[in-house]
Every structure is written in C-alpha cells, then in structure tokens.
Design a binder for this molecule. Structure first.
Ligand code: AMP
Ligand code: TRP
Length: 328
C-alpha cells in the first residue's frame, strides 16, 4: 500500500487555498492509501509567533483537519513536536544539504534573503520539511504548487543520502492538483491566497459565514475588458474565479467560462457554490469545538503511531551515517 504524507503549518486560519490546493486531496487519499498528516508546529517557529497563539492554532489545526473530513479511524493525524525524531533527522539531513541549495529556495528568497536578522530556522526550514517526509517513507506528498521546490529538495536529499550511505530512504513524489494548485488572493490576484498576509477581503477562510463568502466573492478583483475566457496569464483575477468554480463543479475552467457571459453571474453562482462546498466543514467544526477531549485523544493516538514509524527510520539513518547505537 502506498504511503501518503503531508503537513500544514498552524500559523493562522485555514483558507480556501489550503482546502483546494491540499486538504481536498488529503481527504480523498485517506480511503485508498496509508495516509499520515502532520500539524507542523516546529515550522511555525521560523517566524515570529506568540506562544499562546501557536498553542491555540495547533489545536485548531487538528480541529480543522477533522472538520474537512479526515477520519482518524483510517488515517493518522499528529503534531510534529510530539515526535522527537523530526529534529533528530533534520540534523542528519542538514549535514547532507548544502548552503548553495538552500539559498536557491524561492520561499526563503522571498521571505528572508539578505536580512541579517532572519532566523536560521527559516533558512533550514526545507530540511525540516524533508525530514518530515523521509521519516515516514512517504511515496506521495500532496501539496499545493508553492511546495514543489521543497519537494524537489527532499527527493534530492533522499537520493544523496542513499548513494552516500546505502539505501535508507524512499524517494517521494509530489502530487500537485491539476486545477486549483494555486488559489490566488481575491483582491491581489497576482499573489497566492495566504494566511501570513493580512488581506481581509482577499482571503476566504474555511470558517467564514455564508454572508462573508458572498461579500468577498462579489468584491473580487477581475478586469475591465469584460471578456469571459480562461487566460491565467492575462486575466489572473477572472482565471482564479473560473478555477474555483471548476473545483466546485468538477468541470474544466474553459467549460465554466463557456457557460457564462457576465462576470456578475459567475460571481453570484460561485459564491453559492463555495458556501455549499464549505458548509459541511463549518458544521463539523461547530460540533468538534465543543469536544476537546476527542481532539486531544486523536493527537495522542496519532503521535503514538507516527512515533513508531519515525523511530525505526531514524535508527536506520543514524546507523547508516555511523552513529554508535545504544545497543553498541
Ligand atoms: P500552509 O498553510 O502554508 O502550511 O500550506 C498547507 C498546504 O496548503 C500546502 O500543501 C500548500 O501548498 C497549500 N496551499 C497553501 N496556500 C495555497 C494556495 N493559495 N493555493 C493552493 N494551495 C495552497
Ligand atoms: N512547508 C509546508 C507549507 O508551508 C508545510 C509542510 C511542512 C509540509 N512539512 C511538510 C508539507 C511535509 C508536506 C510535507 O505548506
């Protein structure tokens, strides 16, 4: 059976980009594969974050994963910091990765390049991510388009380690959706929808009320030529709306474009479709929030299972590089 692994940072609220680019696939994968999903709280420390806020968002991330439809009876959900092998394997992989290849990571370049005060952890973040993936011998990693380069690094590190020290790690494949891999901000369609950017009208949150969703879609930035066609390069705002509609209905963006003539009609129907898409999540969330014992129990059980797998992989890697095990 295939092993699927993915992670989400608990540094803010879940938005439509997370759902469309990642969680949708996570939910589908849990039925057919051995799926393991991680709330990567250690990754959230790479940028300034208030401790109480981090604790709250980590808990909420678990609630959200359950409310998007993950079932802890058939998949594993856990928090990264509960499994000590993540930082342990990161060290072995930091001694495999090079400065040059980390400097080429576009996410680091965008966030911290050239700043003396940037945290070392932000620079080595992709190595921690590689450790997450390699510990679980994941075959497939469902992520949005923004994570492609990090996945490429994880593959490269696995291959380098294997050729240097002997077969140790499974080389993972990225699984990026064909439609909706990059949901754009509704107000700034040239940049991706993101929880780290404060864009109150540009970001639709999974927990948004129907009226808010309608307001945000209605105000979404398009263009002035009024021509209904799918052209992601020239007409980014409209293309984003067409893609979202395509995700909601299962059509292609071109098929959606062929059904409408006016932007206003598309927006109105898209808002209704998104409200329906997110409704079951909002309802499940309301139930779960009342039941912290269940959520904690899911995280405890998840950590136990994850730890079992991660410890075996770590021991193998540590022995391969020549660390003297306690068994001597
Ligand atoms: P993050 O919230 O950055 O931890 O991302 C969690 C998952 O959501 C990752 O697989 C990302 O690739 C995906 N993701 C985040 N933002 C977007 C977006 N705007 N469009 C599509 N996928 C996204
Ligand atoms: N870096 C990813 C993001 O920002 C989150 C992440 C951390 C992840 N570890 C992972 C995703 C392992 C997939 C697999 O979205």
């Amino acid at each position: 059976m295939y092993r699927v692994f993915s992670g989400v940072k608990p540094s803010g609220d879940f938005h439509l980009g997370n759902y469309v680019g990642a969680f949708r696939q996570w939910v589908a994968d849990q039925r057919e594969h051995d799926a393991i999903y991680c709330v990567v709280d250690l990754h959230a420390l790479t940028e300034e974050i208030d401790p109480a806020y981090l604790r709250e968002k980590t808990y909420e991330a678990a609630v959200n994963l359950l409310s998007v439809g993950l079932d802890p009876e058939i998949c594993t959900i856990f928090a990264q910091s509960h499994v000590p092998e993540h930082p342990r394997l990161t060290w072995l992989l930091e001694c495999t990765a090079t400065m040059g290849e980390l400097r080429r990571m576009t996410q680091f370049k965008a966030k911290g390049y050239g700043q003396e005060t940037v945290r070392v952890g932000l620079f080595t973040y992709p190595v921690l991510m590689a450790a997450d993936i390699l510990l679980y011998e994941a075959d497939r990693v469902p992520v949005g388009d923004d994570q492609r380069q990090h996945l490429e690094l994880a593959r490269e590190l696995a291959q380098r380690f294997n050729s240097r020290y002997g077969q140790t790690f499974t080389v993972p494949q990225a699984a990026v959706p064909t439609v909706g891999a990059r949901v754009m901000d509704l107000q700034h369609p040239e940049r991706k929808m993101s929880k780290s950017v404060d864009s109150p009208l540009g970001t639709i949150y999974v927990a948004d009320e129907p009226a808010e969703i309608e307001r945000k879609v209605k105000k979404a930035v398009t263009d002035t030529d009024g021509e209904m066609r799918y052209a992601p390069e020239e007409k980014q705002g409209l293309a984003n709306l067409l893609e979202l509609m395509a995700v909601a209905t299962g059509e292609t963006p071109d098929e959606v474009a062929a059904r409408y003539t006016r932007y206003g009609d598309l927006k109105q129907e898209l808002a209704a479709a998104l409200v329906e898409l997110l409704r079951p999540m909002r309802e499940r969330r309301a139930e779960l929030v009342k039941d912290p014992a269940t959520v904690h129990q899911v995280l405890r059980a998840g950590a136990a299972r994850a730890h079992e797998i991660a410890a075996a992989t770590y021991e193998r890697a540590a022995a391969a590089v020549g660390l003297l095990g306690l068994g001597c």
